[in-house]
Design a protein around this ligand. Sequence first.
Ligand code: GTP
Ligand code: MG
Length: 201
Amino acid sequence: FSKRDAKFVLSATKPEHYKRIPPNPEVTFAGRSNVGKSSLLSAVLRSQGLVKTSKKPGHTSALNFFSLTSGSCPGAISLVDMPGYGYRSRDEWGGFIMKYLSTRKELRRVFLLIEAKVGELKATDLSFLELAEQYKAPVQIVLTKTDKMKRADLDSICKTITQSATDIAPSVVQPTVICCSSRTKIGIDDLQLELLRVCDL
Ligand code: GTP
Ligand code: MG
C-alpha cells in the first residue's frame, strides 16, 4: 500500500473514545514496552512519521487507531498501536486492555510482538496470553528486531515460543510465527499479506 492510504484516526484512553470508529476489520499490535510495536506498524503502513516511536520505553500511552485503505479495494481496515505492558502499573494497563479485548467485536487478530533476542515469553506475555485465551482473541506471534539475530538461531526460538504460547492459550494462538525487522524490512511483506488476509481485504 502507499503512504496516502494510511491515516491516523484517534488516540483512545477509554472505550467511549473508540466506539464511534466505523466497524471495519481490526488488527492490533501488542507486546512488552520497547519491543518495537510502533516501529513495526510504521513499517507496515509504509508511512514514516505517522506512528510515533521512541528509544524510551513506555512511549505509546494510549490505544492509537490508524486506518488503511488499499488501492481499488472498497472498505478500510483499522490498525491499533497498543501501549506496551511491563512499564505502566499492571492494574492501569490491565483494566484498559481487558475492556478492549473483551468488547472489540471487530478484532480479527492480535499480533503479539516478542523481541527475538529475548528468546522466551516473560511473565507479562503469559498474562496477556491468558487474557486473550479468556476473551477468545486470535493471537499471532511476531518476532521483532531480527536484524540483531543470526537466521540459524531464529528457528529454535520460534519453536520454543510457539510451544509456550500454545500451552497457555491453546485455542487462540496461531501456528505460524512471523519474523520481522523494521530496520531491514525483512518480514514486513509477510505481515502485510497476513493482515490483509485476516481482514478480507
Ligand atoms: P512502547 O510504545 O514504549 O511500548 O514501545 P514500542 O514497542 O512501540 O517500541 P518502538 O517502536 O517505539 O521502538 C523501541 C526502540 O526499538 C526504538 O529505539 C526503535 O528504534 C527500536 N527498534 C524498533 N524496531 C527495531 C528493529 O527492527 N530493529 C532494531 N535493531 N531496533 C528496532
Ligand atoms: Mg509504541
